[in-house]
Design a protein around this ligand. Sequence first.
Ligand code: M6R
Length: 609
Amino acid sequence: MCGIIGYTGIGNAVPKITKGLSVLEYRGYDSVGLAAKTDTGIKTVKCKGRIGALEEKLEASPIKESGTAIGHTRWATHGGPSDTNAHPHSVGKTVLVHNGIIENYRELKSELEATGVTFVSETDTEVAAAVLNGEYERVGDPISAIRTATSRMTGSYAFGILFSDKDGEVFAIRSGSPLILAKGADGYYLASDMTALLPFTNEYYCLVEGELARLTPNGATVYSADNTPSEPAWSVTSMTAESAQKGGYPHFMLKEIYEQPEAVVKSVSPRVKKGQPDFSADGIDAEFWKKVKNIQIVACGSAMHAGLVGIRLLEDIAKVPTVSCIASEYRYHPPIATDGTLVIVISQSGETADTLAALRYATDAGLPTLAIVNAVETTIAREADKRIYTYAGPEIAVATTKGYCTQVSVLYMIAAAISKAKGLIDDTEAAALVKGITEDAPKAISDMLENVEMLRGLSERLAKKEHVFFIGRGTDYAMSEEGALKLKEISYIHAEAYAAGELKHGTISLIEEDTPVIAISTEEALYDKTESNVREVRSRGAYVILLCREDAKNAEASADAVIRLPVNSAAATLFASLTAVQVLAYETATLRGCDIDRPRNLAKSVTVE
Ligand code: M6R
């Protein structure tokens, strides 16, 4: 999704902006641009395409040294990708970059057109620039102009702003979209995303909803909603520029798959005390868990799939009725809440607009909320009543792997904690669950990664196909949903997940000679039934890859290829199956020559509804 970077200081701004833009690439974008303050005014360079195209333009027409600039990567919403629709947008003295959507831009545009203002792009952002410029021309003061202009806008926005008559000054304001300020050795920065700041500094401040900021080469000032100025309360991040680099792997996705064992350990170990599940470091005690009578998990995409696995864990281990809801649907038909309902929102980025809207809906309904979030200090983490961070580190590939993996691991630990708090399991049983997730699962992931050659071999067959089916029962159906999403988003192969028993009610008509079916069977009690479904599709010509427990009988006779999973604990079996489907997706997409880390049309952090 769109990305913002800004700088003002004693350094050369343009190379800093292009560097920041290249870090922001992972978010997904289709055009790019920057505007730099020079002795002769603000110079804007922008184009459809990737950073390389922008750099060519800059080479052909260099911007002489500038100390103040803003840049943007655009993921098209209003108007297709084009040079004209790319940000920054300039109107009069005002130049701005924007993340988010101005929902009332049509009304604002009509008002302005009636007064003779003309527009060159199809974007809502150019309208925002015109509204702001009108106010700035009227009042002459940037702070009050920005306040008045944004008070007329509905929707979401994070703006980085330059005014042609304000040398060395960058302004910023946010509402609904994140913005972070940073303090470096040679100036001050602005970005929509912490990773874009890491090449320059680790001192940062997350702007709060409605705060406005003014950066100069000598300092940063934050204005609260009532315009009281203060110096930002800087924090230091432990993230490093290296953690957001590929580190020798051909793709971030592969690196992140290999980081999963460590990410799981980092995410669950802080929630263990004396071998027992313990969330006291997150401000959550046994009394809190005891009061939970039912759970609504709300999330999008893979995070929602983590919720599907969560249903099984929370119902089987903690006996708490649980549903997993698509966040974008939650507001239209929320599940009925009762006394003891807990809403758990899950988000890797902590900024997904649909998840945030659902969280706010739940908060307005007076429900207690708990966020499972990876990116610290993000809006979702801040707005939930309680938060549990997954410590996966920066996830750059658009397709989530370690993010999802750590979400499931934390849900596992929550299920154990609730079960223990409610007295459903004793210390020995709780310790076994804890060991499963802290030790067996990370080892199972590492062991599965020893099988990459074998998985690559299987991927050769998948890579030639346009349709693949995933089937499973229970938790394996939930995992099938994630396997299918992973494959389709990065390899562009049409992949569908079905509850294994459901195929014969219609979908089996799509099975023909050589159709790949990936069957997941990690639950011993369900193996025979899933194996029957495997035989059904195979006898109709399907090529079946069966992921099953290492003690499963007759697997080789039932399927064309078998991937054996460890059985030392349920967590080990589950996480091994996850790793296998992730690697199958990765290898298949590699064989098809896809842009793995930046799949077409997708964005890492989806900050529009
Ligand atoms: O940042 P979030 O976890 O809130 O993101 C939710 C989804 O957009 C995300 O999981 C998406 O489905 C991934 N691209 C899947 O790999």
